[in-house]
Design a protein. Structure first.
Length: 421
């Protein structure tokens, strides 16, 4: 079995990308031959290159190889009509690539733009397994999120869902979403993301020791007063600062949360800010909202974290909060489970369907500041409740190990190939 793994970027330095590397190498260990196909934009570089990353062959389509007026026009048309500036280049390059590089199956990450490009390039000639990521199928116009807000991407997503051999979703929540917009339920399979190896705590010391060390490191790193922070609960968010993440509702929860606690907690917002049509720079929007509510002093904006530092931030927290309006799964919630930090997450976030029935997170309605304040306050005030949720989460994490995900994906590939022969 020889598979092309088409993905928008492939580097283990990117948050979340190590998951792909680990699953790919687990599949290779099971006898599957896999080559990655990805996209770069490097002026002056060849149109197609090949290298190896940790022994995995990686082909890269250079979307900036075509220069001059034709290349500029192609990118402008792609950006305006397809809302991904390399779309037309990707379709043409993928068509050439798959005409000369034979594979038994194509695994594509995201129905749009990469799944659509693959379907346009090969049609049904090569079986295709498409993993739905969230932004490719979710449309939240009021929160400036999702490709399906736009006419042509919406039509191309529909074709991709129709023509793909198998549609893999990463949560039950997302399964309902894709079938509601036209996917054949009989070709939809639910397999979660795996927890990356880098997320697990050190094995050479007790978890409680590691968590205390992580908190001390953050106190030093951010120049915080140890005595002042000693009585404060720490609430952590890690991810993009984007409107669909629901962070304004978390900030709006702080006044009620403050009133329920002896000391106001510190809220950490860790991640790069995104600029959007309706909100502008979202970090600036959140800072303004916090100032208007009188809680600006409580909110720490760290900016983008190096991948290696995410684990320490999650371990140092008393609680993690993921208040997304809608989200496919959320890997940060999983990473918090293995370092013993309980999570409050919105019910409309895909991971809640896995963890909430097990008592392994606290799920609340989306866009609900009062519910967030109650859930976070309960965790910060009640040590027994905090410990119970954390323990259930660590037990649930076993279901998200790389070997389990690789075994499930191998079964998907085998069934997709058998259904087309």
């Amino acid at each position: 079995m020889k598979i092309s793994y088409l993905i928008g970027s492939y580097s283990t330095d990117l948050m979340g990308n190590a998951h792909h590397d680990e699953v790919i190498r687990a599949l290779i260990a099971r006898g599957v031959e896999i080559e990655v196909l990805t996209v770069v934009a490097e002026r002056g570089a060849p149109a197609l290159t090949r290298r190896e990353i940790k022994g995995v062959p990686v082909w890269a389509i250079n979307a900036s190889a075509e220069r001059g007026p034709v290349g500029i026009m192609r990118r402008q048309v792609s950006a305006r009509l397809f809302h991904y500036e390399h779309f037309l280049t990707l379709v043409a390059a993928a068509r050439r690539f798959y005409a000369t590089h034979p594979y038994d199956l194509i695994h594509v990450e995201a129905a749009y733009p990469f799944g659509a490009a693959a379907i346009l390039a090969v049609g049904r000639r090569i079986p295709t397994v498409v993993t739905i990521q969230g932004a490719d199928v979710i449309a939240l116009p009021a929160h400036d999120y999702g490709f399906r807000r736009f006419r042509l991407p919406r039509r191309l997503v529909a074709r991709t869902l129709r023509d793909a051999t198998t549609v893999r979703v990463i949560s039950p929540h997302l399964a309902g979403y894709v079938t509601a917009i036209g996917a054949d339920a009989g070709r939809v399979v639910t397999i979660p993301r795996a927890i990356e190896a880098v997320a697990y705590p050190p094995e050479d010391r007790p978890l409680t020791t590691y968590k205390a060390e992580a908190r001390t490191q953050l106190l030093t790193r951010y120049g915080l007063d140890r005595a002042a922070e000693a009585e404060r609960g720490w609430i952590m968010f890690v991810g993009r600062l984007h409107p669909f993440k629901g962070l304004e509702y978390l900030i709006e929860a702080l006044p009620a949360l403050n009133a329920s606690l002896a000391q106001p907690p510190r809220l950490w917002l860790c991640g790069p800010s995104r600029g959007t049509e309706h909100y502008g720079d979202f970090a600036a929007f959140l800072q303004g909202r916090a100032a208007a509510l009188g809680v600006g002093e409580q909110v720490t904006f760290t900016g983008r974290l190096p991948r290696a530092d995410v684990r320490d931030h999650l371990a140092a927290a008393d609680a993690v909060c993921i208040p997304s309006v809608v989200e496919a799964m959320n890997r940060v919630t999983l990473e918090a489970t293995v370092v013993g930090t309980p999570v409050v997450v919105s019910e409309s976030t895909g991971i809640a369907a896995y963890l909430a029935p097990l008592g392994a997170c606290v799920a609340v309605p989306p866009r609900a500041p009062a519910a967030l304040a109650t859930a976070l306050g309960d965790l910060l005030r009640d040590p027994a409740h905090h410990a119970a949720v954390a323990a259930a989460a660590r037990q649930a994490a076993a279901g998200f190990r790389t070997d389990r995900v690789a075994d499930a994906m191998l079964g998907v590939y085998e069934r997709a190939l058998s259904s087309t022969h």
